[in-house]
Design a protein around this ligand. Structure first.
Ligand code: ADP
Ligand code: ZN
Length: 215
C-alpha cells in the first residue's frame, strides 16, 4: 500500500481533486477524515458523539479519535492500492502517528501534495460550497453549479450546505489550519517529501498539476 497525503487549507480543493483522481484510476482510494467523521456523527457512534461539538466549533477533533479511525481503516484495506489521505494528518502529532501506522503495516509514504490557495479564494469557495448528502458529490454555486439549482446531478437529492461552512466557523477553521496544520508543510519539506501545486484556476488544470506532481 502506498500513501499520498493531500495537504491544504479548508476549501483548497482536496476533496474535489481526490474525487477526480479516483474516477480516473481504480487503484486509488480516497480517504477523507472529515467524511468519516461526518458519517460517525450521523450514525451517533461513540466517536461521532465525542467529535460533534469540536466539528461544530471548527476545532480539531482529539488525535486519539482520529488515530483510531485511520488505524481501523488501514487495517481493513487489502491488496495493492494507493490511499489519498484528505484531511489527515492535520497536526504534527498525527503525522507521527501516521508514520508509526505506516511502518506497522508495511506501507510506504510516497509524498505530501500541498494545494496552495490564497485566503480570499478559500473564503469565497467555502461560502459557495454545496454537497449531496446522499452520494457525496460536491458542487459550488458559481464555479461548479449543478444543472438544476439545488439538486444533485448524480442522484437527484437536494443539496445541502455543511453545518461548519458558516462564516464564523470558517474563520476558526482557517485559524486552526494556520496554527496546527501548516507546520506539516515544513515537516514534509524537511524530509524531501513535499510537492507544491498551485490550487487555483480551472479544476482540470489543477488536477493535471497534481498528476504531474505524483508522476
Ligand atoms: P475542511 O478541510 O474543509 O475543513 P474536513 O471535512 O476535512 O473540512 O473537516 C471538517 C472538520 O472535521 C474539521 O473542522 C475538524 O473538526 C474535523 N477533522 C477532520 N479531520 C480531522 C483531523 N485529522 N484531526 C482533527 N479533526 C479533524
Ligand atoms: Zn447525489
Amino acid at each position: 500500500m502506498k500513501i499520498v497525503i493531500l495537504l491544504g487549507a479548508p476549501g483548497s480543493g482536496k476533496g474535489t481533486v481526490a474525487a477526480r483522481l479516483v474516477a480516473a484510476d481504480a487503484t486509488l482510494k480516497h480517504v477523507s477524515s472529515g467524511d468519516l467523521l461526518r458519517d460517525a456523527v450521523k450514525r451517533q457512534t461513540p466517536a461521532g458523539v465525542e467529535a460533534e461539538g469540536f466539528m461544530k466549533r471548527g476545532e480539531l477533533v482529539p488525535d486519539t479519535i482520529i488515530a483510531q479511525m485511520i488505524g481501523d481503516l488501514m487495517k481493513g484495506i487489502q491488496g495493492e492500492c494507493t490511499l489519498l489521505l484528505d484531511g489527515f494528518p492535520r497536526t504534527v502529532v498525527q503525522a507521527e502517528i501516521l508514520d508509526k501506522t505506516i511502518a506497522g503495516c508495511g506501507a510506504e509514504l510516497s509524498c505530501a501534495v500541498l494545494l496552495d490557495v490564497a485566503d480570499e479564494v478559500l473564503v469565497e469557495r467555502i461560502a459557495g460550497r454545496r454537497g449531496c448528502p446522499k452520494c457525496g458529490a460536491g458542487y459550488h454555486i458559481k464555479n461548479l453549479p449543478p444543472k438544476v439549482e439545488g439538486i444533485c446531478d448524480v442522484c437527484g437529492a437536494e443539496l445541502i450546505t455543511r453545518k461548519d461552512d458558516n462564516p464564523e466557523t470558517v474563520k476558526n477553521r482557517l485559524a486552526v489550519y494556520k496554527s496546527q496544520t501548516m507546520p506539516l508543510i515544513d515537516f514534509y519539506k524537511g524530509r524531501g517529501q513535499l510537492r507544491e501545486v498551485a490550487g487555483v484556476g480551472a479544476i482540470d488544470e489543477i488536477v493535471t498539476r497534481v498528476k504531474q506532481a505524483l508522476a
